[in-house]
Design a protein around this ligand. Structure first.
Ligand code: NAP
Length: 244
C-alpha cells in the first residue's frame, strides 16, 4: 500500500516513520521552503504540484492509496489543494491536524485573526516584541520605526525588516529555560505567535505565562471540511491498520 504524506511538519515525519515500520510504501511531499529540511524516512519529493489541478494530475500518474494531509495548520493552500484533488480522483484523504493551543488561567493572550492585526497591536501597545512566526509573514511589522523586534527563524528572512531588529537563527525545540532567557535578555514585553499547537514549540507560551508577558495569538485559518480528521500520527496508523 502506498501513502502520500503532505508534510513539512514534525507529525509528517513521525507518521512516515510509523507507516514505513508498518510496511507501507511512503512518499512524503515537502514544499521546499527550507534549504536543509529535516527529512522523513521513505521516499521524498520536493516542490509544489501546481495547484489542485497539478496535484490531481500527479495523483492520477501515481499509485496512491491514501493521502494524509499532515501539513502545518497555517498551510491553507496545500490543504485546499489536497481536498480538491482527493475529491477529483477519489483517493481517500485523512487530515492530520494537531489540536490548537488553548489559554490557561495565568495566560495573557490577545487573540487576533491576522498578522496585520497582530502587527498593529504590537506597534501600538508594546515595545520589545518577540516574533516567533517564521520568516514568511514579517512584512506587516516592517513599517514600525519605534519598537525593537526580535525575530527568530530557521533561515535568514528575505524581506524588508523593521528598522530596529535582532534576528536569531535557530531551529527548535526550545526549553522553557531557553525561552525565558531569550525573553529576559531582550526585555521582551510581547510575544507574537501563530496558534500552531503541538508540544515542540509550546515552551514559549509557558515562559511568557511565567514571566507575565502578553502573547498576541494569531488564530488559525479556516481549513477545508474533510470527513476524516485526526490529531496524532498514531491515530492515522490505527485507522489505516483497521482498514486493510
Ligand atoms: P501553503 O501556503 O499552503 O502552500 C503554498 C504552496 O506551496 C502550495 O500551494 C503548494 O504549491 C506548495 N506546498 C505547500 N506545502 C506543500 C507540500 N507539503 N508539498 C508540496 N507542495 C507544497 O503552505 P505554506 O504556509 O507556504 O507552508 C509550506 C510548507 O511548510 C507546508 O508543507 C507546511 O507543512 C510547512 N510549514 C508551514 C508553516 C507555516 O507557518 N505556514 C510552519 C511550519 C511548516 P502548489 O500549489 O504548486 O502545489
Amino acid at each position: 500500500m502506498h501513502a502520500l504524506i503532505l508534510g513539512g511538519t514534525h507529525e509528517g515525519r513521525e507518521l512516515a516513520r510509523l507507516l514505513v515500520d508498518a510496511g507501507w510504501y511512503v512518499t512524503s511531499s515537502l514544499a521546499g521552503r527550507v534549504a536543509a529540511p529535516r527529512l522523513p524516512v521513505g521516499e521524498v519529493r520536493v516542490g509544489g504540484f501546481g495547484g489542485p489541478a497539478g496535484l490531481t494530475r500527479w495523483l492520477m500518474g501515481s499509485q496512491i492509496d491514501v493521502i494524509i494531509d499532515a501539513t502545518h495548520p497555517f498551510a491553507e493552500r496545500i490543504s485546499y489543494s489536497a481536498a480538491e484533488a482527493a475529491n477529483a480522483t477519489g483517493v481517500p484523504l485523512i487530515a492530520l491536524h494537531r489540536p490548537a493551543w488553548t489559554p490557561e488561567p495565568r495566560d495573557k493572550w490577545i487573540l487576533v485573526q491576522s498578522m496585520a492585526e497582530a502587527a498593529r497591536i504590537a506597534a501600538q501597545q508594546f515595545h520589545h516584541v518577540f516574533l516567533t512566526i517564521g520568516r514568511q509573514q514579517l512584512a506587516p511589522f516592517a513599517d514600525d520605526p519605534h519598537n525593537l523586534y526580535v525575530i527568530r527563524a530557521v533561515e535568514p528572512p528575505q524581506v524588508v525588516l523593521p528598522k530596529r531588529n535582532r534576528v536569531i537563527l535557530s531551529r527548535g525545540p526550545f526549553t522553557v529555560a531557553d525561552e525565558k532567557k531569550l525573553m529576559r535578555d531582550n526585555q521582551i514585553d510581547c510575544v507574537v505567535t501563530k496558534n500552531s499547537g503541538g508540544e515542540l514549540t509550546r515552551a514559549k507560551l509557558v515562559a511568557a505565562r511565567e514571566l507575565g508577558i502578553t502573547v498576541i495569538m494569531v488564530q488559525r485559518p479556516q481549513l477545508p471540511k474533510v470527513k476524516t480528521v485526526v490529531h496524532t500520527p498514531a491515530e492515522v496508523l490505527q485507522m489505516l491498520s483497521d482498514s486493510v
